[in-house]
Design a protein around this ligand. Structure first.
Ligand code: M6R
Length: 363
């Protein structure tokens, strides 16, 4: 049931505020402490995390790497499951292996989990389908509570995966003595603010539709982001490829001059995801390099970012202010809406894109 929406994807994008609220209510108590299901995780006993997943779920892991490392001082390896499983990676002691999967049935992710289990690793999973193989074979399965996701393009599962990983990173930081009570309360309050902010950014849908009608003419599109926004650039490019069939590539914006800037001319829209955070100026200087070569920049930012760097760009999408740490959860929305509206403009099959299955149960 599409609940009055034209596509499941539109319904699932719109559901994000309420799905994020469910996840917050599940993991946070009334008095603002974090509640993990038994047996929990003793992060004081962990030296390293290995995060493994496929596709969009692997981008959630990449964002989480920034969070665990910056907040909790915990080193993180991220790998796509199809590479991890055949590389036979050595697993040092005091490592937790964490698997992220919407379906919980992705063949490569499940095989990677079993590899770690055979090495007597402690297994945590972040899953949407609680009865899935990945959930069942984990020592601790953390539900994301996104509800059924039907559209092949993952949307609400991505934001809920990010939210659960954010809670986990805050909990790791707390246990490892990296957050005092005030800082902890601030982080949690900022997480609590997310459903309202996501709801607000859904209001940019019409404007995004207008921009997407022009993106639909492009043959190639570049996405740029720095720091925790780099994985969002990857997610934006994947989403667009999947449902609009436009070739899109993402780069860490610092990589631009190491190759991809050679592609830039006026026929290539460049989408820059950059809240006004500590890395903003660096991203803007990369953006100016693009503009100097005729690149058409769509800057996705906040009010301050638009004020400082919005002149001369092709288009600006302005999102509400958000705690910089949690910006990836908010910026998932424009990534999804751009792909959705571009697909609509091209008339492609949004919910059932060609060649793709919702759950990849064969490798
Ligand atoms: O069910 P999973 O989360 O394990 O699926 C992983 C990927 O197949 C999935 O995220 C895929 O990349 C989506 N179609 C992305 O929109």
């Amino acid at each position: 049931d599409k609940a009055g929406h034209r596509h499941f994807m539109a319904k699932e994008i719109a559901e994000q505020p309420s799905r994020l609220t469910s996840a917050l209510d599940h993991y946070l108590t009334e008095d603002g402490t974090i509640r993990l299901p038994a047996p929990g995780i003793d992060f004081t006993d962990v030296d390293r995390l290995t995060l493994v997943a496929c596709g969009t779920a692997s981008y959630a892991c990449l964002v989480a790497k920034y969070w665990f490392e910056q907040l909790a001082g915990l080193p993180v390896d991220v790998d796509v499951a199809s590479e991890f499983r055949y590389r036979e990676p050595p697993i040092p002691p005091r490592t937790v292996a964490l698997f992220v999967s919407q379906s919980g049935e992705t063949a490569d992710t499940l095989a990677a989990l079993r590899y770690c289990r055979d090495k007597a690793q402690s297994i945590v999973s972040v899953v949407n389908v609680s009865e899935s193989s990945i959930a069942r074979e984990s020592d601790l399965a953390l539900p994301i509570l996104a509800g059924p996701e039907i559209g092949v393009a993952s949307t609400k599962a991505f934001s809920c995966q990010l939210l659960v990983l954010a809670v986990l990173a805050v909990e790791a930081a707390r246990q490892r003595g990296k957050l005092d009570d005030n800082a902890l309360a601030d982080r949690i309050a900022a997480l609590r603010a997310l459903p309202g902010l996501v709801n607000h950014s859904l209001g940019t849908s019409d404007e995004t539709g207008r921009i997407a009608a022009q993106l639909a003419e492009a043959r190639d599109i570049l996405f740029l982001g720095r720091g925790r926004m780099y994985p969002l650039a990857l997610e934006g490019a994947l989403k667009l490829k999947e449902i609009s069939y436009i070739h899109a590539e993402a780069y860490a914006s610092g990589e631009l001059k190491h190759g991809p800037i050679a592609l830039v001319d006026k026929s290539v829209p460049v989408i820059v995801m950059a809240p006004h955070d500590e890395l903003f100026d660096k991203t803007v200087s990369n953006m100016q390099e693009v503009m100097a070569r005729g690149g058409q920049v769509l800057l996705i930012t906040d009010r301050e970012g638009a004020r400082v760097a919005g002149h001369g760009v092709w288009e600006t999408l302005v999102l509400p202010d958000v705690a910089p740490l949690w910006a990836p959860i908010l910026y998932a929305v424009p990534a999804q809406l751009l792909a959705y509206h571009t697909a609509i403009a091209k008339g492609t099959d949004v919910d059932q894109p060609r060649n793709l299955a919702k759950s990849v149960t064969v490798e």
